[in-house]
Design a protein around this ligand. Structure first.
Ligand SMILES: [Zn+2]
Ligand SMILES: [Zn+2]
Length: 179
């Protein structure tokens, strides 16, 4: 499948006059994510988004808002897990980047503010989504996962396996007894 191009926005479209906010409604492509070694995609992968840009100081304050649905698998039971997200990202883009030597311990230049003065909105969106994600992607909050012995999905019912005995603790107990 041909790779889609990221959605970009040329900041030159916003006149460098302080104060006035400009709003743009656009179609935003959301690139797939890889989380914990698994692939997650967005359905649909192009969503309506609203970008608001305000010229301020030496750059632009920008806000990007959109809603999306992430689809992939549950980390515990490997069944399907969907996640609906409302994303609101805010950032400030300096049009005059300081010389490299001056940046020192300052923040690194943004990954989504490109050298030609445009914003890579897809990359910005991906980063904002990553910050919103829960620590684990689950089909439901109390997902019981798979039985580590027989692999049955425990959400569907008990499998009858006995709780596993951890060999290491057995050995430790023996060693303690011999001491
Ligand atoms: Zn699950
Ligand atoms: Zn089992």
């Amino acid at each position: 499948m041909p790779k889609r191009k990221p959605t970009t926005f040329d900041l030159a479209l916003v006149p460098p006059r302080a104060g006035a906010a400009r709003t743009f409604d656009l179609e935003l492509y959301l690139p797939p994510l890889r989380l914990a070694g698994r692939d997650y995609g967005f359905v649909p992968e192009v969503v309506p988004a609203r970008l608001t840009v305000t010229y301020a100081g030496e750059g632009f304050a920008a806000q990007l808002r959109f809603s999306c649905r992430l689809e992939g698998v549950c980390w515990r039971c490997l069944e399907r897990a969907d996640l609906d997200l409302d994303v609101k990202a805010e950032d400030y883009f300096e049009t005059k980047l300081p010389p490299v030597a001056e940046t020192g311990e300052e923040e690194e230049p943004s990954l989504w503010f490109m050298e030609d003065g445009s914003l890579n909105l897809s990359e910005w969106a991906r980063s904002a989504i990553a910050e919103l994600l829960p620590p684990q992607i689950l089909c439901r909050e109390d997902c019981k996962g798979l039985c580590p012995q027989c692999g049955v999905n425990l959400n569907a019912g008990e499998c009858g396996c006995k709780p596993p005995i951890d060999e290491r603790w057995g050995k430790l107990r023996q060693w303690k007894a011999a001491d």
